[in-house]
Design a binder for this molecule. Structure first.
Ligand code: SF4
Length: 202
């Protein structure tokens, strides 16, 4: 994988790519990008929470809407607030070398915000999320990310045991909707892509 070529491909698609050798530099960049008097929605992301961006943005004075920071009964309300914030901050389940973002959700709160409702979006991802093409990206989500997430969330799905996707119909399925983003949508003003030369999240 040639990271400069990935950046070029993202630029051609209309995204705003940035590449950092360390997560420390990337966190500083994101903290600079979001002004303190604005709001940011955050979807479920081990990368974003692992970098403590949610807490650091709150400390800066940014209004953060994240369901992981509130009690379960407030979750749906926070989903709505997150999806109409000034910014949306997320990782991605996968990014192809040619510049397609592949994300699969159980509730679709994250994938809906990644294409409509929020004008400025920031993807933060480690190089481990980059795959050669859309087919391998979907396979990565279903056979790497989803099994780890179903285990973490204690979901009763076949992949939680086997580690492989069988396209289940389980009530606990976390793969209910798929979004493949080829370009920023017409609704969006700016979509930043912060790539970090580390393995982060699932
Ligand atoms: S469809 Fe079901 S088995 Fe496949 S990854 Fe998703 S939750 Fe797991």
């Amino acid at each position: 994988m040639n990271i400069q070529q990935v950046k070029e491909n993202l630029k051609k698609r209309g995204f705003l790519p940035y590449y950092f050798d360390s997560s420390k530099e990337a966190v500083e960049f994101v903290l600079e990008l979001i002004p303190e008097n604005e709001s940011v929605g955050i979807g479920g992301s081990m990368t974003v929470t692992g970098l403590e961006l949610d807490k650091k943005l709150q400390q800066k004075g940014v209004t953060v809407y994240s369901h992981s920071l509130v009690s379960p009964e407030l979750k749906n309300k926070v989903y709505q607030l997150a999806n109409s914030a000034d910014w949306y901050l997320s990782s991605t389940n996968a990014l192809t070398e040619s510049g397609d973002f592949v994300n699969i959700d159980g509730s679709a709160n994250r994938i809906s915000a990644l294409c409509f409702g929020v004008k400025k979006v920031i993807y933060v991802l480690g190089v481990n999320k980059i795959t050669p093409d859309i087919e391998s990206a979907i396979s990565r989500v279903r056979n790497v990310a989803a099994p780890l997430n179903t285990r973490r969330l204690n979901k009763n799905t076949p992949c939680a045991t086997s580690g492989e996707c069988c396209y289940c119909d389980s009530p606990d399925c976390i793969c209910n909707a798929t979004l493949i983003s080829h370009h920023p949508t017409r609704y969006q003003e700016k979509v930043y892509v912060v790539i970090i030369n580390e393995n982060l999240g699932y």
